[in-house]
Design a binder for this molecule. Structure first.
Ligand SMILES: Nc1nc2c(ncn2[C@@H]2O[C@H](COP(=O)(O)OP(=O)(O)OP(=O)(O)O)[C@@H](O)[C@H]2O)c(=O)[nH]1
Length: 481
């Protein structure tokens, strides 16, 4: 049929409709966007609030469980005196405060962004101070921002790793809502109390403290305040530390007995979160390898040579801790780090990429880490705890720890495994285990073993040349140095 002939009747017109399909949708008939303003997943997470909801959820301001001491880190837990069942229904829920539209600072050109950032910081500080001064004493929740830093270990558990068992400690603090962690290596804890000539167990004072009068044995066991190894037939609660008063984590409580010069101070590492390196197995950096290598090195048995004819040589299990800080991307966050990677692909190095996004080269802080160390009886400034040896190449980190009063007696370098493999002379056998041992390590991490690649070489080179990291720079062509 020729198209001109079908306009002659209504029936033909209807037939044309069928043949040519329905009209194009008008704006009114357009289907709603799938990424609607109210994300159903987010609503589900918020309405199911409770201790089981992860940190990723309560980063959102309106997360309703955030004021519950059981589930949250920013609550002033020093005031927690146990829950009265009669007040349960009156529990205050955190109101969502609309702080105005989101400011897309990261999309702004650098110069504007910098100005904006500092003025924003000023406004926020002023606003907080104003809020504090105008609020009645009883409701001054913001005061905690200006209070001394406090940390509390909320839970501890045993985690088997390829290098041996570790105790994972989850910490809350009164500065941020992040769950920082301590990975404590101290397998001697499985063999009963330490002998007088053995070093003390590495334990959290805030965890071992009694939290409430009504606390049951089961409560303590569940949050990890136990000694030895937990099993269906063994559950021994820990004793609260002596002199533990007013939950002041900076207070010395542990007398160190039996420590001789021959026993090295515990080995620690302050490690910053790196989702890409530790979870995705990214070879842009060596963070996953460093985490694994730190646990491996700390777990190495310690040989104590004989001190006299009458005392035989001794081997102690490795001991120390990795303090794992939630400071992704050297403190700039995952989003900015991902953007920085694109700038790096354009040819910029890690430092320049940070600066181009309006960040500093390194925005990390180590105050929380030091408070956690003190809680574990490590690096105490007053001599009541133990000195520490620190695994790092970063001189800023050592300086930051010392500024906080942590006694660092030795910096132990972290040589990238691939450098050790390619250049065995770099291995200081007095401090580091032989290269062959490294091959076993990391068996359960993605891409475990020695990480190597062009991106990583560039990254390490920038750390040495621009960030002052103390590493003997190894390159394919030594003349490049
Ligand atoms: N901004 C940014 N952060 C990165 C990049 N690569 C890794 N990171 C982050 O850097 C942190 C690790 O810091 P490093 O500088 O590698 O090492 P360090 O902890 O300062 O020093 P060491 O103790 O010697 O390892 C982690 O938070 C990573 O997420 C990058 O290209 N850009």
């Amino acid at each position: 049929m020729h198209p001109s002939s079908i306009h002659n009747s209504e029936a033909d017109a209807a037939l044309l409709d069928i043949l040519t399909g329905p009209d194009r949708p008008t704006p009114k008939t357009v289907l709603p966007r799938r990424d609607a303003a109210l994300d159903p997943l987010l609503i589900a997470a918020a309405s199911a609030s409770g201790p089981h909801v992860t940190r990723n959820h309560y980063q959102h301001d309106f997360f309703p469980g955030v004021m519950l001491p059981q589930s949250e880190g920013s609550w002033d837990w020093t005031k927690f005196t146990g829950e009265d069942a009669s007040t349960k229904s009156e529990r205050k829920r955190l109101m969502y405060e609309n702080a105005g539209p989101l400011i897309p600072t990261e999309n702004l050109p650098t110069s504007y962004q910098k100005k904006r950032r500092s003025s924003l910081a000023q406004v926020t500080e002023e606003r907080l101070r104003h809020q504090v001064s105008t609020q009645p004493e009883s409701t001054r929740s913001v005061h905690k921002l200006f209070s001394p830093l406090e940390v509390k270990c909320m839970a501890r558990t045993r985690i088997p790793t390829p290098h041996g068992p570790v105790f994972l400690h989850i910490y809350h603090n009164n500065r941020d809502s992040k769950e920082h962690m301590a990975i404590v290596v101290d397998p001697a804890q499985f063999s009963g109390p330490p002998a007088p000539d053995e070093p003390p167990h590495i334990r959290s004072r805030t965890l071992d403290a009694v939290w409430t009068e009504n606390e049951t044995e089961m409560d303590r066991i569940t949050r990890g305040a136990y000694v030895g190894r937990l099993s269906p037939t063994s559950r021994v609660t820990s004793n609260p530390p002596e002199n533990f008063e007013s939950r002041d984590s900076s207070r010395p409580v542990r007398e160190v007995t039996g420590l001789t010069d021959a026993i090295p101070s515990p080995l620690i590492r302050i490690h910053s979160e790196c989702f890409t390196g530790e979870t995705v197995g990214s070879m842009r950096c060596d963070c996953g390898e460093q985490l694994d290598e730190a646990i491996r090195l700390i777990s190495q048995p310690i040989a104590i040579p004989s001190q006299s004819f009458s005392t035989p040589s001794k081997t102690l299990p490795g001991r120390g801790a990795v303090i794992y800080l939630r400071q992704e991307g050297r403190g700039i966050g995952l989003l900015s780090k991902i953007r920085a990677y694109n700038l790096q692909d354009l040819g910029h190095d890690t430092v320049t990429a940070n600066l181009m996004l309006g960040h500093q080269a390194d925005e990390r802080g180590y105050e929380v880490a030091c408070a956690i160390l003190r809680d574990l009886g490590l690096g105490n400034p007053d001599g009541a705890g133990e000195n520490v040896r620190v695994l790092t190449n970063n001189p800023d980190k050592v300086e930051a720890l010392e500024k906080e009063g942590i006694r660092v007696v030795q910096r132990v370098p972290m040589i990238p495994r691939s450098w050790k493999t390619r250049n065995p002379q770099l291995v200081d056998h007095a401090v580091l285990a032989p290269v062959d041992d490294a091959r076993v390590a990391g068996a359960t991490l993605i891409g475990g073993g020695a990480v190597h690649g062009e991106d990583l070489d560039k990254y390490l080179r920038t750390k040495v040349l621009k960030m002052g990291h103390i590493l003997p720079l190894w390159l394919e062509n030594p003349e490049q140095q």
